[in-house]
Design a binder for this molecule. Structure first.
Ligand code: ADP
Ligand code: MG
Ligand code: ZN
Length: 603
């Protein structure tokens, strides 16, 4: 900006002097006297001691390039040269008009204002651009109308692109049918739900589903993320909502999709109560008003997605608004296989690739994670100059996705040894717990933020957990710390994420899942750890929750230490094997520890 201003100033200056008459050369008084003595001066104009003048014939600039004709100089006050006498002797005209035109007042004003004018103009251009870009999805502020994703825009997403959530598809195909032939519904007086809320963890395909519904019904799709509404200048959110609904009504049947609606739809007066509150509320109210205004026959269906259905304002879920909630869950084994198939449609696979097996080893992974896995495998194949993606690429990609990328990090021997014991502690306790998820891999190659990783995944998908299983998980998670303590007698920072995991589990056991006799069967803490304590239960209960959490963790830690001391030879064996080989696969690990692998349940 400042550079522009300087440049503009210089250009204006040059232009003005070009048009504003000849420039004059500043010369020394000595040079002036010389020219005067040589009789080479036609006229001068003097004001005070400042003298301007014109030469008869151009003279070379003293100590400079080129010649000059007009000049200005300064007469020293001590000059004692009888100037007037000399001037008359050489017939120099002394004029009343400046020889060189000074810039007019107006020109000066223009010059001093020009940079500012240019800056203002620039700013206006940029502001217009920005508002244009920001309103890309939604219109509003930039005076652009919301644009739907129209059917002409390339291949549309359909239900063929969605897998593993068939029951959700079935519910939504009703909406599709309504959008396809609204008249049939109108004739029978059937009213469609005005809004459908898609609720589920991130990456399960909610956004994808919304697009697929629009694609299947072949109707315009207006998409907006709720956070766009409130990031804008205050007061704009509501008008953008109005505009969005107006546009959709014009081209109905159509779909309006509001992503991440919990950002504006949080229950009023709860949770984070700071900043942009009014804006949120106004925007939310506008959405509610628009939805109430539907007569039910416009053929506009509002879809919304959220990861946090539990924090939504109940007003949103009332009949006539989002009166249908569809739960979107991570896929089961068959679903994962189908999703992998979709995302490897355009990837040439080696004939020995067994997607069913990959699906078996990825319990809990969402559609987005599986899509990422398929892509990582393809990337690896490119890196290895292969024509097809094979099973090794898929396994390595899975490793990278589950464990994080390997990090080249040279660790001193002592630290490697401690890491080896830490991971062996996790692994050994995991193997010793009856019913725990089998240990799949142990490694002391630093990955992501971790110095080592022990990976355990269940054989089959799990949907509910027993208290015994959860205690086993806590014991396993504390195993790293316990091993460091038993073997080295120290505690390091390496257990931070282990402790976080422990806290999450024990908190759920005590305060949400009724697994503590003392707390009893009630919900003492909200699901959201970020939310302020004290909303859900009396202070005495919260104290008890705290005490119970401590009791359980202490018991588990004691048991972890005891088990590791009892099985010290096995711990040593695992740690030594790790130091030697860095990574142990499932079978090697169980063999090294001398523990028989529990029966494989079919998933
Ligand atoms: P969400 O909105 O629930 O967070 P997305 O719809 O954005 O999840 O999913 C991200 C990506 O993951 C999708 O674009 C798609 O490639 C993939 N994906 C997620 N779920 C599925 C699914 N059920 N079937 C196929 N692909 C999926
Ligand atoms: Mg999404
Ligand atoms: Zn650990």
């Amino acid at each position: 900006m400042i550079l522009t201003a300087v440049a503009v100033f210089l250009i204006t200056d040059a232009l003005l002097s070009f048009f504003g008459g000849p420039t004059s050369q500043s010369i020394s008084y000595t040079e002036f006297s010389r020219q005067l003595g040589a009789g080479n001066i036609t006229k001068i104009y003097a004001k005070g001691d400042a003298i301007q003048g014109e030469l008869k014939t151009s003279a070379p600039v003293p100590s400079g390039k080129g010649t000059y004709k007009n000049f200005d100089t300064q007469r020293p006050s001590f000059a004692d040269d009888k100037l007037w006498a000399q001037l008359t002797r050489h017939h120099v005209t002394v004029t009343a008009e400046p020889v060189v035109q000074q810039r007019s007042f107006l020109a000066n004003l223009l010059i001093s204002l020009a940079p500012m004018l240019v800056l203002v103009a620039l700013w206006m251009i940029i502001a217009r651009r920005m508002s244009g870009a920001l309103s890309g999805g939604l219109g509003g502020f930039g005076r652009k109308t919301p644009k739907p994703v129209t059917p002409e825009e390339g291949r549309r997403t359909t239900f063929d692109d969605v897998a593993g959530i068939d029951e959700v598809e079935a519910e939504l195909s009703e909406v599709v049918d309504f959008l396809k032939r609204p008249d049939a519904y109108r004739r029978l007086g059937a009213r469609m739900p005005r809004g459908v809320l898609l609720a589920g963890p991130p990456g399960t395909g909610k956004t994808l589903l919304a697009r697929a519904v629009a694609g299947e019904a072949d109707v315009p799709f207006f998409s907006a993320s709720a956070s766009e509404f409130i990031e804008m200048i205050v007061g704009v959110g509501a008008s953008r909502v109005r505009e969005l609904f107006n546009e959709a009504r014009k081209v109905a049947p159509a779909i309006i999709f509001i992503d991440e609606i919990d950002t504006i739809g949080r229950a009023r007066g709860s949770g984070s109560g700071m900043g942009g509150h009014d804006e949120r509320e106004q925007t939310l109210n506008q959405i509610l008003t628009e939805m109430d205004g539907f007569s039910g026959s416009e053929g506009v269906v509002v879809l919304a997605a959220t990861n946090r259905a539990d924090v939504l304002d109940p007003a949103l879920l009332r009949p006539g608004r989002f009166d249908r909630t569809v739960q979107v869950s991570p896929p089961d084994r068959a679903g994962r296989e189908a999703i992998l198939r979709i995302h490897t449609r355009d990837v040439p696979l080696h004939e020995q690739v067994d997607l069913a097996q990959v699906a078996r080893t990825t319990p809990g992974m969402t559609g987005a994670e599986l899509a990422n896995l398929a892509n990582e495998a393809a990337l690896l194949a490119v890196k290895r100059n292969l024509d097809v993606v094979g099973q090794p690429e898929l396994s390595d990609a899975l490793e990278k996705v589950q464990l994080g990328a390997e990090r080249p990090l040279v660790m001193p021997y002592e630290e490697r040894r401690r890491t080896a014991y830490h991971e062996s502690g996790h692994a050994l306790l995991g193997m010793l717990q009856p019913g725990a998820d089998p240990v799949r891999k142990i490694t002391i190659v630093p990955r992501g933020r971790a110095l080592g990783v022990t990976l355990s995944t269940p054989d089959a998908d799990r949907y509910a957990y027993t208290e015994e299983y959860l205690r086993g998980r806590i014991i396993g998670a504390l195993g790293g710390m316990a091993a460091e303590q038993t073997v080295f007698g120290v505690i390091t920072t390496g257990a931070e994420s282990d402790l976080e995991q422990v806290t999450t589990i024990v908190r759920g056991m005590v305060a949400r899942w009724g697994m503590s006799e003392r707390i009893g069967r009630l919900t003492a803490l909200p699901q959201d750890a970020q939310q302020a304590y004290g909303l859900a239960a009396a202070p005495a209960t919260l104290d008890a929750v705290d005490a119970e959490m401590r009791r359980i963790v202490d018991e588990c830690y004691e048991q972890a230490c005891r088990l590791l001391t009892e099985h010290r030879p096995q711990l040593d064996a695992l740690a030594e094997a790790l130091l030697e080989r860095e990574t142990l696969e499932e079978d090697e690990a169980y063999r090294t520890a001398g523990i028989p692998r529990a029966e494989r349940a079919e998933g």
